[in-house]
Design a protein. Structure first.
Length: 256
């Protein structure tokens, strides 16, 4: 069920004497969806689905990172993810069941960070980056802490649903950029992309769960637009991954 309004605009063209006038009518409609309601069991089931697929995605990034002597998450997205996880894990407003999930993410992201610190210099041939690589990561993480903290306060993002959409959008776009920049599949796999895609789909629905319950201020129009872009980038990642594997003579389904 929806509620809304429509605005109709008529534009008439005057073509001069002895010529008929033409009128074009444009109709703009805006609808407001009624909130979708979820039972506590449904909400927990959706949250569990997102947790499972994101934990799998991080675990596969760790596995692929050690096997390829690389790292699976772009540096900026990794730092922002870590900042988000630290802030909301230790936030007094975060419920216990959310802390368990965020703690799982943080534990795996710290291992991803280790692979980044251990193998990351090889990804950046610039002498300046080689010298200040660790300092650069610490600097980005510090900026991310400030930005996520300010965002949490400015938008009353008690449970992190709004800021999580930003961090997910950043990660999805940067994973595509990482494939393009490396021009190879080092640190990546089809199953990483698939788990990210499914995890993001659950995350989209989780925003509706949060709006129906603990965080009613979540801006659903933003959530819909951002998640459409996120899932589009997820699909693009998989397409690029398959194309690069085909070019390099690799079986994309055998790289776990």
């Amino acid at each position: 069920m929806t509620q809304g309004f429509c605005l109709e605009i008529a534009v008439t063209s005057d073509l001069g004497i002895n010529r008929p006038n033409y009128t074009a009518r444009f109709k703009f409609c805006q609808f407001e969806m009624k909130p979708i309601h979820f039972s506590p069991f449904e909400g927990d089931l959706i949250a569990l689905g997102g947790l499972v697929f994101w934990v799998l995605a991080y675990a596969l990034m760790v596995r692929r990172g050690f096997r390829d002597k690389s790292f699976g998450m772009p540096v900026t997205a990794l730092c922002v993810n870590l900042a988000w996880e630290v802030i909301f894990l230790f936030s007094s407003g975060t419920p216990l069941k959310f802390r368990i999930g965020i703690g799982s993410y943080l534990a795996l992201d710290l291992v991803v960070l280790y692979t980044c610190l251990r193998f990351g210099r090889a990804d950046y041939p610039s002498p300046l980056m080689q010298r200040y690589f660790n300092t650069w990561i610490a600097f980005i993480f510090g900026l991310a802490l400030v930005a996520v903290s300010a965002f949490k306060q400015a938008f009353a993002d008690t449970y992190g649903g709004i800021s999580a959409t930003f961090t997910t959008l950043l990660l999805s776009t940067q994973l595509v950029a990482l494939l393009v920049r490396r021009n190879g599949v080092s640190g990546q796999s089809f199953y990483i992309g698939l788990c990210v895609l499914v995890g993001d789909a659950f995350g989209w629905v989780m925003n509706y769960v949060a709006q129906d319950g603990p965080q009613p201020n979540i801006p659903i129009p933003w959530v819909n637009a951002a998640n459409f872009c996120i899932l589009t980038c997820n699909v693009l990642y998989l397409v690029l991954y398959f194309q690069i594997c085909r070019r390099d003579g690799l079986n994309p389904l055998r790289r776990l």
